[in-house]
Design a protein around this ligand. Structure first.
Ligand code: F6R
Length: 365
């Protein structure tokens, strides 16, 4: 079943070009259309005025990424909340708010309870993004988008995450269109970006030997810091989560602009700092943030595309990621952080597919 791979996680990382292409397929056929989200979606999505995303763990980070898209492209206010928090606070109901739950398994209890709570407040526009057909959360939702990642067996989520991002990008395009913010030209450009994505992801997978060399340097470390900004901040969060859950190295992620408000105090020669820094609107800001790290002796590991113009120097390692792919860049940059965590865990000899204390599907509170 594993084929040439040593673990399910490695296999699932490498399946991503296929999983993404499969998930993109219906979008290529229908374009951005409510039909992607089921028979009731045309009516339910027509008058959406804001979006509330609810999820846990890696699925929550997919939601955090989508917030940038929904606000920038669809022009709708979007908030993202950890399901186990939302379910216990007094949320203000809004019948024109779209509730989006994201869950690979479709069985996560906290996400299910958050959905039930939203429904009890009278929220009727409920959409589930899920990888397991007929699981509990999509069954309790009025609309559904099934990601086509295929069964995910490794406890650490990989292909489910990147396919969730596709679902959220398709949702963004659909809401933008319904909101009168997407002309034919812009839609065609977004669809073209989607079409090219599996190829860029394959190019990112081809970086495995270089990323592995870095991972071997990480294995003996106690701590690591991940930095990103804007669209790439959630990828820094995801990189830190992957590293801690399978290699047990303590990792934290910060938006790079937040460094001097506290975490810079942690930086010294023993602290490797991973930076997700492709060429985007905030690149120059990231560059000045990381000079602060370098000045404190922190060793930097930078993922940057050719347009970022980063060069290697004393204490600064650079891996060139595939050229900037616009708004979908977070999908491409998720790949190297997954590979980094996988190989760091391998070097440490931990149980990659079944990390201690964790379950694949969390059906208890
Ligand atoms: C991390 C991971 C978990 C899950 C979380 C939600 O690698 O796998 O953080 O993302 O438990 O699970 P689902 O998406 O099944 O609701």
């Amino acid at each position: 079943e594993l084929g040439p791979y040593s673990h399910f996680m490695q296999k699932e990382i490498h399946e991503q070009p296929r999983a993404l292409a499969d998930t993109i397929e219906p979008v290529m056929i229908d374009g951005f259309s409510p039909a992607l989200f089921g028979p009731d979606a045309a009516g339910l999505l027509a008058d959406v005025r804001s979006v509330q995303i609810l999820a846990c763990g890696t699925s929550y980070y997919a939601g955090l990424t989508a917030r940038y898209w929904v606000e920038a492209i669809a022009g709708l206010p979007c908030s993202v909340e950890i399901a186990s928090e939302y379910r216990y606070r007094d949320a203000v109901a809004d019948p024109k708010q779209l509730i989006v739950t994201i869950s690979q398994s479709g069985e996560t209890l906290d996400t299910m309870e958050a959905l039930k709570y939203a429904k009890s407040l009278g929220q009727d526009k409920t959409l589930s993004i899920c990888n397991v057909p007929e699981s509990a959360i999509p069954r309790a939702s009025r609309m559904v988008f099934y990601t086509r990642a295929g069964a995910e067996i490794g406890v650490a989520s990989t292909k489910a995450f990147t396919t969730q991002l596709i679902a959220l990008f398709a949702l963004t395009g659909t809401l933008a269109k319904l909101n009168g913010r997407l002309d034919t030209e812009k839609e065609a450009a977004m669809l073209q970006d989607l079409r090219l994505l599996p190829g860029s992801v394959q190019a990112a997978l081809n970086l495995e030997p270089q990323v592995t060399a870095w991972a071997n340097l990480f294995a003996p470390k106690q701590h690591a810091l991940f930095l990103g900004r804007g669209l790439h901040y959630p990828i820094a969060l995801e990189g830190a989560l992957k590293l801690k859950e399978i290699s047990y190295i303590h990792a934290e992620a910060y938006p790079a602009g937040e460094l001097k408000h506290g975490p810079l105090a942690l930086v010294d020669e023993a602290m490797p700092v991973v930076v997700i820094a492709p060429n985007d609107a905030l690149l120059e800001k990231v560059k000045s943030n990381i000079q602060e790290v370098r000045a404190r002796g922190g060793e930097m590991f930078v993922f940057a595309d050719a347009d970022s113009h980063f060069s290697e120097s004393e204490g600064v390692h650079v891996i060139r990621t595939p050229r900037h792919v616009g708004l979908l860049s977070p999908v491409v940059h998720a790949i190297p952080v997954q590979i980094l965590a996988y190989h760091a865990a391998l070097a440490k000899g931990t149980d990659v597919d079944k990390p201690r204390n964790l379950a694949k599907s969390v059906t208890v509170e």
